[in-house]
Design a protein around this ligand. Structure first.
Ligand code: TA6
Length: 300
């Protein structure tokens, strides 16, 4: 069995490549109405690790069950951003081609390596679906606990799609985030990082080192730059993170190519403030639809 899946859209020749490692999408090539030749929409660092020693630096890593450094008692042994993006997922070998969409589903259950760090039973599935000009990813989290106790043996988790969009980072704007409450993780003290701010900008840029967690966001965003853009529509992902390390942080990352921070913006929908909780036998799902913006406005 190959270590990756390739989906190709027969009508637009769009394509997506998904690694079983981390269920990480490492390429999404899509045409637009203006340019019928598919072009890469995601950034992957040229110095990303591909040997399974650490998560791929780029593409669309899946963050589960914790975002950032773990804070929940059940997550305390886990690495930053949890284990989903550094575990090898399973694929049933099926590519579902429905004509207008082509999709594949990957699954993850506790492996010995996961169980050594995380004692909860769970079943994850990630549905990746490629359209003519869009790509959707949908994460299902099932609590497979057999418990019938009361109160229920809830599964508590965070989840996020850590999208790295290929874009000229210094010309990017993310909208609409104005008037939202957010937390600035670039602040130098824990107290400042834990203090909510209000976004005053109509369009958020990442010209400086940016690591902002917006809470209770509109679940519909546009990431645009002169002549390009991606629209994001989500369901059940109430928060969104905007990140670019710039040279300040990017130059210290072993798997970030030199100057890589000038080539991407991360706009990451998720549930990362507080924890989702799902009762035994039930399933939570969170979805994003990424669409190429065909007539991206030129910025003022
Ligand atoms: O999503 C933004 C963020 O949480 C940043 O704080 C930065 O750590 C980034 O994720 C990358 O994290 P990683 O563990 O992949 O180096």
């Amino acid at each position: 069995m190959s270590d990756h899946i390739v989906l190709r859209h027969s009508k637009s020749n769009a394509s997506v490549q998904i690694l079983l490692y981390g269920a990480t999408i490492v390429s999404w090539k899509s045409p637009s109405l203006r340019d019928p030749e598919p072009s890469e929409r995601l950034f992957v660092s040229a110095t990303a690790f591909h040997d399974g020693s650490k998560p791929v630096r780029g593409g669309i890593p899946v963050v589960f069950p914790c975002f950032g450094a773990p804070t929940h008692a059940e997550h305390i042994k886990l690495p930053q951003h949890g284990f989903a993006r550094s575990s090898t997922w399973s694929w049933n070998g099926v590519i579902a081609d429905e004509g207008d969409r082509v999709s594949a589903t990957l699954t993850l259950e506790p492996t010995p390596a996961i169980a050594a760090l995380y004692r909860r039973p769970f079943h994850l599935s990630l549905l990746v679906s490629l359209g003519e000009y869009d790509l959707s990813t949908e994460l299902h989290v099932k609590n497979t606990s057999p418990s019938t106790e009361y109160p229920p043996d809830y599964l508590e988790f965070q989840a996020l799609f850590h999208n790295y969009f290929l874009a000229p980072s210094n010309d990017v704007l993310v909208t609409p985030l104005q008037n939202l409450s957010y937390y600035d993780k670039t602040e130098s003290t824990e107290e400042a990082r834990a203090t909510a701010k209000i976004e005053t900008r109509a369009g958020v840029d990442v010209r400086r080192f940016t690591d902002s967690v917006y809470e209770d966001a509109p679940q519909s965003y546009e990431v645009t730059w002169p002549g390009g853009g991606i629209a994001i529509k989500t369901s059940n992902l109430k928060d969104v993170v905007v990140w670019n390390p710039q040279a300040e942080a990017g130059s210290k990352m072993a798997d970030m190519e030199k100057g890589g921070w000038e080539k991407f913006v991360c706009c990451e929908p998720g549930h990362v403030r507080g924890f989702e909780k799902v009762a035994p036998g039930l399933t939570w799902s969170g979805k994003q639809v990424l669409s190429v913006i065909h007539n991206a406005r030129r910025h003022q």
